[in-house]
Design a protein around this ligand. Structure first.
Ligand code: SAM
Length: 248
């Protein structure tokens, strides 16, 4: 289980508390319980209360410890209702937006999923709870490496983090039943449309990263291959940076 490896040791050092092993263990347990309580509250107040009721999404959000995906100095804010910096000018997205995007993918557990913009690896870890296999691509090598380590520490084995330009997708592993794009571009990368399976769902923020983006849900018709696009709420994501100049 994910939770059993949640050692919390960085929290103890961050709090500047020394002491014998017994009291450190007691403190760690107390921190774990407090963080778990905060996570439950996050799910209840920020997600379920805002009309996200997919029980699989709610239970994934309860299971994955967001505090393990934020920098040590941000652990105290890990369950706040906000995006947080993760270094290299990038962010871990607001929990509600992540839950909303996951719910829109309507995963049942047997899918192969692609994420573009793995960042900290948090959304990829959640996808790992909701689908059979996840490939998540991150363009910044240091973030990709850190995400890989976090997932390994948590014992998550069905999520693979790759480093590279995710706008090209992963042609050798296509088609994907679902694609989550966690950075915002002006248009949907062509390769991702091609790599979406018939009946597949994609969720992507589309628009100008500075002037305004909207979460967009695209479904590829299982029979005709035609795309159905639904533009949803306004969002603000960091730019999707790819080879294609028109993208961001
Ligand atoms: N899903 C992430 C998480 O849970 O932490 C948050 C993603 S952050 C909002 C967006 C990420 O997309 C950044 O880490 C950025 O480096 C990455 N990114 C931007 N363009 C990309 C591209 N073409 N391929 C792969 N990653 C990209």
């Amino acid at each position: 289980m994910v939770e059993s490896k949640d050692d919390g040791s960085r929290i103890e050092r961050g709090a500047g508390i020394a002491g014998d092993m017994g009291s450190q263990k007691a403190l760690q347990k107390c921190d774990d319980e407090e963080l778990r309580r905060q996570r439950e509250e996050m799910v209840a107040r920020q997600i379920a209360a805002r009309d996200i009721h997919d029980p699989r999404v709610l239970s994934a959000m309860r299971a994955i410890p967001r505090h393990r995906f934020v920098p040590p100095e941000r652990i105290g804010e890990a369950y706040a209702d906000t995006a947080l910096p993760i270094g290299y000018g990038q962010t871990i997205s607001q929990p509600f937006i992540v839950a909303d995007m996951l719910a829109e993918l309507a995963l049942t557990g047997d899918e192969k999923v692609l994420e573009v913009g793995a960042g900290s690896g948090y959304a990829a870890a959640l996808l790992g709870q909701l689908a059979r296999q996840v490939i998540a691509i991150e363009r910044i090598p240091a973030l990709a490496e850190r995400a890989r380590r976090t997932l390994a520490d948590l014992g998550i084995t069905n999520v693979e983090i790759r480093c590279g330009d995710g706008t090209r997708g992963a042609p050798e592993d296509a088609p994907f039943d679902a694609i989550l794009v966690s950075a915002g571009g002006r248009k949907v990368p062509k390769a991702l449309i091609e790599q979406l399976a018939p009946g597949g769902r994609m969720v992507i923020p589309i628009g100008d990263p500075f002037l305004g983006q909207h979460l967009t849900r695209i479904v590829k018709d299982a029979k005709t291959g035609r795309l159905h696009e639904e533009v949803r709420e306004a969002v603000r994501f960091v730019p999707l940076i790819g080879d294609d100049d028109d993208l961001a």
